[in-house]
Write a protein that binds this ligand. Structure first.
Ligand SMILES: NC(=O)c1ccc[n+]([C@@H]2O[C@H](COP(=O)([O-])OP(=O)(O)OC[C@H]3O[C@@H](n4cnc5c(N)ncnc54)[C@H](O)[C@@H]3O)[C@@H](O)[C@H]2O)c1
Length: 364
C-alpha cells in the first residue's frame, strides 16, 4: 500500500483536522497504512458508536476547537507537517438551521484559522481543503456545476461552505500565489468539492444511510422526507482518493493543481433517495421505509457536479459504480450490527485492488 500515490505519503507528516469524523477516520486509516505520520485535531467523538473509536488507530491527536486559532497554530507549529488536510467542520444542514452562528464560526473562522496556522509554519508545502458540492449557488439545473460557477447556499451550512471557498480563493491569491511559489512562499493550496458520500462508519444525525441502518438495527422502519431528491452518491473512498491524489501533486510541486476541483461520481450515480433505498433493501432485509413528506426545512432538490476538469487534468476517476457503493455500505453496517465485524480494512483493500485493475493513475 505504501507505493500508492507515487509513494509520496510514506514518512510524510500529515496534519488532519476532523480526524474523528466520518471522512476523517477513513482518511486517517488510509494515510497510516501508507506509512504517513498523522496528527489529528478535532473536537473528539462525533457519535456513539463512532468509526474512529472503533478503528482506534495508532496516531497522535489533539482534542481542541478549530475556532481556537492560537491553540491550532501552536499544534501545527509543534508538529511541523508537510501537508495539512482540513476536514473539520459542522457538516449538517438541519443542525445549521438550529445553530447558524456555530456553523458559520466553525466552518468559516475555523478555515481561516487553519490557513493562518499554515502561514506561520514554514514546514507546510501543501494544503488540501475539503469542500462540498453545496457551496455552489443551487439553481436546480440539470447540468452539472463547474468549478467557476458562483458560490452561494440557501441554508447556513451551504452558505458557510460557499464562504469558505471565497476565503480559500483569497488566501491562494493573496498569500500562496503560484506566481510567487518558491520565492516568497512554499505552499500550494487546493480545494476539493465532493458530493454526498456514503460508506460504513457514519452515524451522523439526519443523513440518509445512518438513519436507515440505525432503524434497521432495531427492526424499525425509517421515515424518509425527500424520496425524490437526487444526489451524486459516492463511496467515501472515492473523494478520498481524489484528495490524496491532489495532495500528492501539491507535494510534488505541481503548481497547476493549486486550484479548485470537483470530485463527484459519474452521471449514472446521480439517483434518487427512493432508488438508493430500493437497492439498500435488497442488501439487508431488516431495512424498512415510510415516506413522510410533511414540513421540513428547505434542502436542495437536484445537485450534480461536472468533474470533467479532474478527469482530464488529473486523470482522476471513480472506482465503484453506485450499485457496488450501496452494497458495500449496507453490508458494512449489516456485518457490524449482526456479527460485530468491522469491514473497513477489507473495503479499503478491495477498493485499492479494483482501482489497480482499472489501472487508475494513483494505484499504479
Ligand atoms: N459526509 C458528506 O457527505 C460530505 C459531503 C461533502 C463534503 N463534506 C465535508 O467533509 C468534511 C468532513 O465531513 P464528515 O462527514 O466527515 O463530518 P463529521 O461530522 O463526521 O466530522 C466532522 C469532524 O470535524 C470535527 N469538528 C467539528 N467541529 C469542530 C470544531 N469546532 N473544532 C474542531 N473540530 C471540529 C469533528 O470533531 C469531526 O472530527 C466537512 O468539511 C464536510 O463539509 C462531507
Amino acid at each position: 500500500m505504501q507505493n500508492l500515490f507515487n509513494g509520496i505519503y510514506k514518512g510524510k507528516k500529515v496534519f488532519l483536522t476532523g480526524h474523528t469524523g466520518f471522512k476523517g477516520s477513513w482518511m486517517a486509516l488510509w494515510l497510516l497504512r501508507m506509512g504517513a505520520e498523522v496528527k489529528g485535531y478535532s473536537l473528539g467523538r462525533v457519535s456513539v458508536p463512532d468509526h474512529y473509536g472503533i478503528l482506534a488507530p495508532d496516531m497522535c491527536f489533539v482534542e481542541a476547537d478549530i475556532r481556537d486559532g492560537s491553540k491550532l497554530a501552536d499544534e501545527v507549529l509543534k508538529f511541523k507537517p508537510d501537508i495539512v488536510v482540513h476536514m473539520a467542520a459542522q457538516p449538517l444542514v438541519k443542525y445549521s438551521y438550529s445553530y447558524p452562528l456555530e456553523t458559520f464560526q466553525t466552518n468559516i473562522i475555523g478555515s481561516v484559522n487553519v490557513l493562518e496556522a499554515v502561514r506561520r509554519c514554514s514546514s507546510v508545502r501543501a494544503v488540501v481543503n475539503i469542500a462540498t458540492d453545496k457551496c455552489y449557488e443551487n439553481r436546480e439545473q440539470a447540468m452539472g456545476y463547474i468549478e467557476t460557477d458562483p458560490m452561494g447556499g440557501y441554508d447556513p451550512y451551504s452558505a458557510s461552505k460557499g464562504c469558505v471557498e471565497l476565503v480559500v480563493s483569497s488566501y491562494r491569491r493573496s498569500f500562496f500565489n503560484i506566481d510567487k511559489y518558491g520565492k516568497e512562499h512554499n505552499v500550494l493550496l487546493a480545494s476539493c468539492r465532493a458530493g454526498n458520500v456514503i460508506g460504513g462508519g457514519d452515524w451522523a444525525e439526519d443523513r440518509l444511510i445512518p438513519d436507515v441502518v440505525r432503524a434497521a438495527s432495531k427492526n424499525e422502519p425509517v421515515f424518509i422526507r425527500s424520496p425524490h431528491a437526487t444526489r451524486p452518491w459516492q463511496h467515501v473512498l472515492e473523494p478520498l482518493s481524489g484528495y490524496l491524489l491532489i495532495g500528492q501533486k501539491l507535494l510534488e510541486g505541481d503548481k497547476a493543481v493549486s486550484d479548485v476541483w470537483n470530485l463527484g461520481p459519474d452521471k449514472k450515480s446521480n439517483i434518487s433517495v427512493e432508488k438508493v433505498l430500493y437497492r439498500a433493501m435488497k442488501c439487508w432485509d431488516a431495512i424498512g421505509v415510510r415516506i413522510d413528506e410533511s414540513h421540513h426545512p428547505h434542502e436542495a432538490g437536484l445537485l450534480m457536479l461536472d468533474c470533467t476538469r479532474a478527469k482530464t487534468k488529473l486523470n482522476w476517476n471513480g472506482v465503484w459504480a453506485v450499485d457496488k457503493t450501496i452494497a458495500k455500505t449496507i453490508n458494512w453496517y449489516k456485518q457490524y450490527y449482526l456479527n460485530k465485524k468491522v469491514l473497513s480494512i477489507t473495503d479499503l483493500n478491495e477498493y485499492i485492488l479494483d482501482a489497480k485493475n482499472k489501472k487508475l493513475v494513483w494505484a499504479a
